[in-house]
Design a protein around this ligand. Structure first.
Ligand SMILES: [Zn+2]
Length: 391
């Protein structure tokens, strides 16, 4: 497997600057294009599966995190508070508290549950600089997050549905899990002290895992502070493991925020991330695919290659049609070297559209694939259809 830091430089995916600080990478155009493709895909996958998308601010008052339990159980991973106008604000360590407040922003009836809220939003972690590098462990994480509020007896079905989404997304992204991990609590002060609550939530996760029949390992001390989770682990090029996707059953935060639905019920909260933080996902994707990403994810999906100056105008016209159809496309004109050199320079681009005299006359292109195969004259609309994710 490849190292994403090396590939990231080669492909122009991301960079860092000491003036911004370590653990705070920025995405260059190619990285931003992949992130947008992933975001659009996951947004649509969630929409089709009953999620409603929300947007919430990346900070909140200190009291919010005292209420959520982060202050007591997670403070060492949080940035210190900022004093503004006599109030203290904290960069959020997770999106859950904001979503809990959105749930209780009005009365909820049992009929409208499960309420599934999703957001791709920033969350912040005060990692020590020693563990930072590349995209795997960062201080600013853009997380594909979501929370399902449902009556407790529906939690198992919602956990299973979240695992369905995760497995569908992994197949579409070309990712294979290293293993599934049931992450349990422990006796340290890191975890909320309520044995009955833990036993209930753990029972839900075990029942789902048993029903799905997928092997998993158990580890104590790896849970969230508010409840156990199923973590889907991935391994990087050096074999180091990290969590990408996760599903958690939480019977703690709904109580802390006094969430309810008509008739006196208290919902369970299922926290889930289908593809994790986009930074870690991006690093993993380029490692797994060695830079040759599936067409729907490729930063540049089509490159137009006119044979000579005589085909340049036809090339520009084809480029305009590609862009209008929704493809991420660019043109490599004759000023950029021989045909062979231009093809080599774009060897990772899924569709190489060569325009010779015949194609210039017909308005088409001879489509060359990444593996050297020839696909003939494929209409732009058909290329676009091939470069879409499948749901
Ligand atoms: Zn959450």
């Amino acid at each position: 497997m490849n190292d994403h830091r090396k590939l990231g430089r080669e492909l122009g995916l991301f960079g860092t600057d000491p003036l911004i600080g370590s653990g705070l990478p920025y995405l260059l155009p190619a990285g931003a294009a992949i992130r947008k493709a992933v975001e659009d895909y996951v947004h649509e996958l969630e929409r089709r599966n009953g999620y409603q998308h929300v947007n919430s601010p990346v900070l909140g008052k200190r009291e919010l995190y005292e209420r959520s339990g982060h202050w007591d159980h997670y403070a060492e991973d949080m940035f210190p508070p900022m004093e503004v106008g006599g109030e203290q604000f904290v960069l959020r360590p997770s999106l859950c508290p904001h979503h809990a407040l959105i749930y209780r922003s009005r009365g909820r009836s049992r009929r409208e549950l499960p309420l599934r809220l999703a957001e791709l939003g920033g969350q912040y972690r005060s990692e020590l600089s020693g563990v930072l590098g590349g995209l795997n462990r960062v201080r600013a994480i853009h997380l594909n997050d979501g929370h399902v509020f449902c009556p407790p007896e529906q939690a198992a079905a919602e956990v299973s549905a979240a695992l369905d989404l995760i497995e569908a997304a992994h197949a579409q992204l070309g990712i294979e899990a290293a293993r599934y991990r049931l992450s349990l609590g422990g006796s340290s002060g890191k975890f909320v002290d309520d044995p009955a609550l833990w036993a209930h939530a753990e029972g839900v996760l075990r029942a789902v895992l048993a029903e799905r029949g997928r092997p998993y390992d158990e580890e104590y001390g790896e849970a969230a502070f508010y409840g156990p989770k199923i973590d889907i682990q991935i391994a990087d090029s050096a074999g180091r493991e990290s969590t990408l996707s996760t599903v958690q059953v939480d019977l703690y935060m709904p109580g802390r925020f006094e969430l309810s639905y008509a008739g006196g019920g208290r919902p369970a909260m299922v926290h889930r991330s289908v593809v994790g933080g986009v930074e870690r996902l991006l690093g993993h994707l380029v490692e797994v695919h060695g830079g040759a990403l599936p067409a729907w994810l490729a930063p540049v999906q089509a490159v137009v290659v006119p044979l000579s100056e005589a085909e340049l105008a036809a090339g520009h016209d084809l480029l305009r049609r590609c862009l209008a159809a929704g493809l991420r496309a660019e043109l490599a004109g004759p000023g950029r070297g021989s045909l062979g050199a231009r093809i080599r320079a774009h060897r990772l681009v899924p569709y190489q559209l060569v325009v010779g005299p015949r194609e210039a006359a017909s308005g088409g292109a001879a489509v060359r694939l990444r593996d050297g195969g020839q696909a003939g004259d494929v209409p732009v609309a058909e290329l676009m259809a091939r470069a879409r994710p499948v749901f």
